[in-house]
Design a binder for this molecule. Structure first.
Ligand code: NAD
Length: 532
């Protein structure tokens, strides 16, 4: 039967990209890269098929200097735009993201190889972030009265000024969330931004910039450059007033060293080896659902995903049997619709790491309960969701981040032991605890050394609590995104204290000795009356 209902989304086959990704759209986006007209080009490939996706201009260090010069000029006007006007732009952006979601879902899937449901999480995340900073920035940024040096006589206020031009290096794994999620609060605080999205997923970041321009952001305030860290990372650091970085711990350390040399602030969200604890009173069905949601989103290429699962003796066998059975039934494949549970890895380096980690573990005696192999029949970068047991410290993946769909299960007999083992890592990003007893769950959570801990959720409860700080302890990073920290880090605090009538010097005619006695008495009185 012939029908007019042409499905919008169709499984990707051959080099097939979804129809929304027209050459005109890709050209409009790539034109937003700050680069010379005759810039060299880099071609990205779609992970689902390996087929060419986009040709992006490559920025040089001189282009980065130019982007900063333009951003610096634009920032002055932008900082003068009242916060209530900036708020309107963010709220318009919020609406546009939701209206145009199909386009960016297609783009994210094409660039990263993730499933549509994983891409949709990013749309949700950006809507929440835009709404939160639009509605809360005025309160967070407004001048705050502070207690003065001398009660009644010193009027003190804390002001917040934008840093100036913020550099953001954003990764490929959550290309919309990470690119726009860190830029929106920086912009809302009155900064300009020069951003280097990962080349593989630059189109998604450029899409967000394009939409912000449509929402009313003035030209020049948000710029994108494309290129390798080794080529343009130095120029970014040399020009930045603040550096926001998401990526590996190794690069994060280098960024922190360079930022220290320049005496600028930096915020780093790095790797993790996140633990999930299934306690003896956990609801097993719910915990199995949770483990699938925790271990395999975006094929495990998520900083807060779980790679270590500790299961109490009492529920171990049932949990493991159900988890392995359900994992084996997950639908994996390339489709620009909501039909798949697990998508592709994003780049060949990730496939190499995942394969090397699993092969090493198996060679040293690990048991594969599910998955354990690449699936070239589905696409060049697919790897099955994989569950391992009998994992020992001599295996590479025991303590190193795989950043793939691979989880190791360990058995424990008491909670103290589970907490100690979960904490026995240099990382400290995210964790989750599963129990029917909320009080117990929250108590265990507080003993885990991780920046976010979820009780009866994988990661979305803490991540989605946008009013609360999110970030890593230890080797997982420095600084926080979300909440007040997520915007105030992009500001310089300034204290303005106005001294009225009498200052700290003795009044005319009073000796320093007498004045010391008066002040000593005043200090005693202030303490006695409970003054803070
Ligand atoms: P990476 O740290 O090597 O690179 C991240 C980004 O930093 C890239 O865009 C790179 O061009 C840029 N960069 C490198 N040196 C720089 C410099 N001196 N100045 C400025 N920018 C610089 O990470 P990757 O190659 O994308 O991925 C490798 C590993 O990093 C992954 O396997 C994973 O473990 C981790 N990672 C973590 C996250 C996260 O969300 N925390 C995201 C992506 C990758």
């Amino acid at each position: 039967m012939i029908t007019d209902d042409i499905p919008r989304s169709a499984p990707a086959r051959g080099s097939g990209l979804p129809p929304s990704l027209t050459p005109a759209l890709l050209a409009r986006l790539t034109a937003r890269v700050t680069a010379a007209a005759d810039a060299a080009k880099v071609t990205t490939n779609a992970p689902y098929t390996g087929a060419p996706l986009a040709d992006l201009p490559v920025s040089t260090p001189a282009d980065v200097d130019d982007a900063f010069a333009r951003a610096r000029a634009a920032q002055v006007g932008w900082a003068a735009v009242p916060v209530r006007e900036r708020k309107k732009i963010l709220l318009r952006f919020h609406d546009l993201v939701l209206e145009r979601q199909d386009e960016v879902l297609d783009l994210m899937q094409a660039e990263s190889g993730k499933t549509r449901r994983d891409a949709f999480l990013e749309v949700t995340d950006i809507a929440i972030t835009a709404r939160y900073y639009a509605r809360n920035a005025a309160r967070l940024l407004s001048p705050k009265r502070r207690r003065g040096a001398i009660p009644l006589l010193t009027r003190t206020a804390e002001l917040r000024h934008p840093k100036g031009v913020v550099a953001i290096v954003s990764p490929w794994n959550y290309p919309l969330s990470m690119a726009a999620g860190d830029a929106l609060p920086a912009l809302m605080a009155g900064n300009a931004v020069v951003q280097k999205p990962d080349t593989q997923t630059a189109g998604t970041a450029l899409w967000a910039l394009d939409l912000m321009r449509e929402a009313g952001l003035p030209p020049g305030v948000w710029q994108m450059v494309v290129g390798r860290g080794s080529s343009i990372g130095g120029a970014l650091m040399d020009n930045a007033d603040y550096m926001m970085f998401t990526g590996s711990t190794a690069t994060g350390r280098q960024i922190a060293r360079d930022a220290g040399e320049r005496l600028i602030g930096s915020s780093l969200e790095l790797g993790g080896k996140n633990a999930m604890l299934v306690l003896d009173d956990a609801d097993i069905d719910r915990a199995v659902d949770g483990a699938i949601a925790a271990c395999f989103p975006s094929a495990g290429q998520l900083c807060v995903s779980v790679e270590r699962l500790y299961v109490a003796d009492a529920v171990h066998d049932r949990f493991v049997a159900e988890f392995a059975a359900r994992t084996g039934k997950l639908r994996m494949g390339a489709a620009y619709d909501y039909s798949q549970d697990v998508g592709s890895l994003t780049n060949p380096a990730q496939l190499e790491t995942v394969t090397a980690h699993v092969d090493d573990a198996v060679a040293k005696g690990a048991t594969v309960l599910a998955g354990g192999r690449a699936r070239p029949d589905l696409g060049p970068l697919f790897y099955e969701p994989t569950i391992l047991t009998d994992v020992t410290p001599d295996m590479t993946l025991y303590e190193n981040e795989t950043f793939g769909p691979v989880v190791s299960i360990y058995r424990f007999s008491d909670v103290d032991e589970a907490i100690a083992r979960a904490n026995a890592t240099s990382y400290g990003l995210n964790a989750s605890v599963w129990t029917r007893n909320g009080v117990r769950g929250r108590a265990v959570a507080a003993r885990l050394r991780a920046g976010t801990v979820n009780v009866n959720e994988a990661f979305a409860a803490a991540w989605g609590s946008i009013d609360a700080p999110m970030g890593g302890m230890g080797d997982s990073g420095l600084g926080r995104r979300h909440g007040a920290d997520g915007i105030l880090k992009y500001t310089e605090p300034q204290t303005v204290a106005h001294q009225r009538i009498q200052g700290f010097n003795p009044p005319t005619g009073v000796s320093h000795e007498t004045w010391a006695v008066v002040l000593t008495s005043a200090l005693k009185v202030l303490k006695a009356i409970g003054s803070r």
